[in-house]
Every structure is written in C-alpha cells, then in structure tokens.
Design a protein around this ligand. Structure first.
Ligand SMILES: [Fe+2]
Ligand SMILES: [Fe+2]
Length: 238
C-alpha cells in the first residue's frame, strides 16, 4: 500500500490510501492536510495506516508542525490513530464538536480536546474552518463537518462515500456512485433530521467536497448534497 498526495484546492492536500481488500472494487481512505499558519489534519486514519499517512504528511510539511487534528465522528478510520498524531506533533490538539468531546474525546484523547459549538469558527491563520453539527449524519450522535469558507471547501467525511480508486478530484457525478455504495453498506443513518441536516450543508453551496472515501468533487456541491438528502428521505419513507 502507498499513500498518495494530491493538492485538491489551494493549500488542501488529499492523502489517499487505496485498500484493494475492502469491497470487490477496493476502497480509498483519505485524509486532508490543510496548510495554514496552524496546520490541520482532517481524519487521522486507522492506527495501522499511521506510518504511511505520516510519511505522506512529511512530504508536505514536518509532522511536528501540525497544530490541529480533527475528524467528523469517532470511528477507527476517522480517529483511530488520534493519539499517535498527538505523540508525533507535540503542539497538536484534537478538535471536534462539543458532543464528541463530552461523550468520548475527553476520555479517549491523550491531551484535552478543543470543543467547538455548532457554527463556531476555528481560525487556522490563512484558513477559517467552521464546525457544523450534523447529529447522526452520516452516523454517530457526535457527527459534524468542517467548512472552509474562503475557498468553499466542505470537509464532509463519509458523506457521498463511493468505492474503487477513482481520480483524486472529479467534476463527474458522484451521487450515483455514492447511492450505489450506500445501498451496499447501509452506512447512512436514517434519522428524522438526516435530510434537513444535509440540506443545511447544501445551503452553503460548497464548490469542493473533500470526501473521505472516493474522489473529491469539484462542482455543484449543493446539488450532490440535496440528492443525498432525497436518497435518505426516500429510504426512510420506505
Ligand atoms: Fe464513518
Ligand atoms: Fe470513513
């Protein structure tokens, strides 16, 4: 396995590891490195990926420069190697919404995490990351996303997950592939507020969607997110 590095937006690097054994078509696990005065890693990766992903970070900047380590919910691929990153980057702090900190991270993280309220901005110096609570979307009470407003990049984690080893970034339809993947995985929670949470993200009209599994998407992010909301509402109704 190798972790490939691709700049998908100005100062935003996608670190992608393709694992052929997951699903018949294989599966990518992507982290995003956000270069700023206070650099941030979004998604940690599983513990077993830490050697590869930290080597990929080091191609862009020294790992010790990392100041923030964030992710969308508490789960092995999102947060498994959290404490390895804290050990490798002595000035790094885990950052998440209040729910994850209260429920899990105050206990799981080796150093106290920084909790963000819904809508609060984390100023990285050169990039501003707005935290948005999305409880149960895609899954997990504590779930949320970051939105970098200047470039319009939504760090949307497992939303629009699709399989295979597609291009680092695409303008082609990702919704169809994401619906096919979710029909296989059933990973999206169908909570009463799922559709509304996705429509709230669509209202941001993001220009780039930084996806954890599959291609990042450059284009009409609102349409893709609304399509995902409709899919969730259809499934819930059924
Ligand atoms: Fe997940
Ligand atoms: Fe994931």
């Amino acid at each position: 396995m190798e972790t490939r590095v691709h700049e998908i937006a100005d100062g935003v690097y996608r670190l992608s590891t393709f694992v052929p054994e997951v699903t018949p078509d294989g599966f990518t696990f992507n982290q995003f490195l956000i270069d700023a005065d206070e650099p941030m890693l979004f998604h940690c990766g599983q513990r077993m990926l830490f050697p590869l992903v930290s080597e990929a970070v080091a191609k862009v900047m020294p790992v010790e420069r990392l100041r923030w380590v964030g992710f969308g919910h508490v789960e092995a691929d999102e947060s498994g190697s959290m404490n390895q990153w804290l050990a490798a980057a002595p000035n790094a702090t885990v950052v998440h919404g209040q729910t994850a900190c209260d429920v899990s991270l105050n206990d799981l993280a080796d150093r106290p995490p920084r909790a963000l309220a819904d809508g609060e901005v984390l100023d990285l110096g050169g990039k501003r990351m707005r935290w948005l609570d999305t409880p149960h979307v895609p899954h997990g009470w504590e779930a949320g996303c970051f939105y970098e407003e200047a470039a319009g990049t939504l760090f949307c984690g497992d939303l629009l997950t699709h399989v295979g080893d597609p291009a680092p970034i695409t303008s082609a339809d990702v919704l169809g592939a994401a619906v096919a993947a979710d029909e296989m995985f059933g990973a999206m929670s169908l909570a009463p507020g799922s559709g509304a949470a996705l429509r709230r993200l669509a209202d941001l009209a993001p220009r780039t969607l930084a996806l954890m599994h599959g291609s990042s998407y450059a284009g009409d992010g609102a349409a893709a997110l609304k399509g995902l909301a409709e899919y969730c509402e259809r499934r819930r109704a059924a």
